[in-house]
Design a protein around this ligand. Structure first.
Ligand code: PEP
Length: 281
């Protein structure tokens, strides 16, 4: 992925008709966690109506508390994939936390006719789960979104990406999602989108920004701190190639991270802001 001096292979790739590279920009707006079939359908319908072919849908949710909603897991996959096919969604970013999840996704894709594709997401809690990285690296069918680890160095996170590549999977997107700090920050995490050009210079991976998990709240405060839309614009102007962003039809009813979800009716405005920011890149 760029860390081996003698390796000059490009890392752009095409997957299910969508191109990913350091020169493209793909928006993955969607549900942080799948909750109901109705919400999945409303989201996908809005994406189709706004010309989008990618989304994020969480089925397996790594939660801080074991008592919090853990995601519907494989039970929701059939209707998620069927609705994706119905609304022309080509790629779904979906976090996995265990190798069995890859098998469950493969089986559900097969049963529902395989028209949609899945980008396997490795979340910040698993950035250095080397055995999981090796397993995902060995399968070549799916691209991978690897999030940076929230409490490790950038170099350590980039080496984690090499675990995927060294096992054979070079379809890797690197995700910036904010860092934990021990200071009283106004955001959920320290927004790290200044690292977009750094990662692009150090590697050949496309770089994703996750403004939702970085900023952690949908509305700008009265003090005017950076909100999700502004953070997105910063990341896009810095050269981001992918945006993972939480939306929800009724954020108050979301089972995970409702406070950071944008409203579905805000999707056209959000996409327009992204377009304008991209023009400034
Ligand atoms: C997510 O994208 O749903 C998520 C949990 O992200 P992270 O691993 O960055 O916390």
């Amino acid at each position: 992925l760029g860390r081996h001096k003698n390796d000059h292979r490009p890392t752009h790739f095409d997957y299910n008709g969508v191109r990913f590279g350091q020169d493209t920009l793909n928006v993955f707006a969607g549900l942080c966690a799948v909750d109901t079939l109705e919400h999945v359908e409303l989201m996908m319908q809005a994406l189709r109506d706004n010309g989008q072919v990618c989304t994020r849908m969480g089925a397996y949710k790594p939660r801080t508390s074991p008592y919090s909603f853990q995601g519907h897991g494989k039970a929701c996959l059939p209707y998620v994939f069927e609705l994706a096919g119905k609304y022309g969604i080509k790629v779904i970013a979906m976090e996995i936390t265990h190798e069995s999840h890859v098998e469950e996704i493969c089986e559900a894709l097969y049963r529902t006719g395989n028209s949609t594709g899945v980008m396997l997401q490795i979340g910040t809690r698993n950035t250095q789960n080397f055995e999981l990285l090796k397993i995902v690296g060995r399968q070549q069918d799916f691209p991978v979104l690897l999030k940076r680890g929230f409490g490790i160095t950038l170099d350590e996170s980039l080496n984690a990406a090499e675990y995927l590549a060294s096992e054979g999977n070079r379809k890797v997107v690197f995700g910036l999602r904010g860092m934990k700090t021990n200071m009283a920050d106004p955001h959920r995490n320290f927004v790290d989108f200044a690292h977009v050009p750094v990662v692009k210079r150090l590697t050949r991976m496309p770089v994703c920004i996750d403004p939702s998990h970085s900023v952690g709240m949908r509305a700008a405060s009265p003090e005017g701190i950076l909100d999700i839309v502004n953070a997105t614009a910063q990341g896009v102007i810095a050269g981001a190639n992918m945006i993972l962003v939480d939306f929800h039809p009724v954020p108050g009813k979301a089972l995970v991270d409702g406070p950071q979800a944008l409203l579905i009716r805000e999707l056209p405005l959000f996409l327009e802001d992204v377009r304008i920011a991209r023009e400034s890149y």
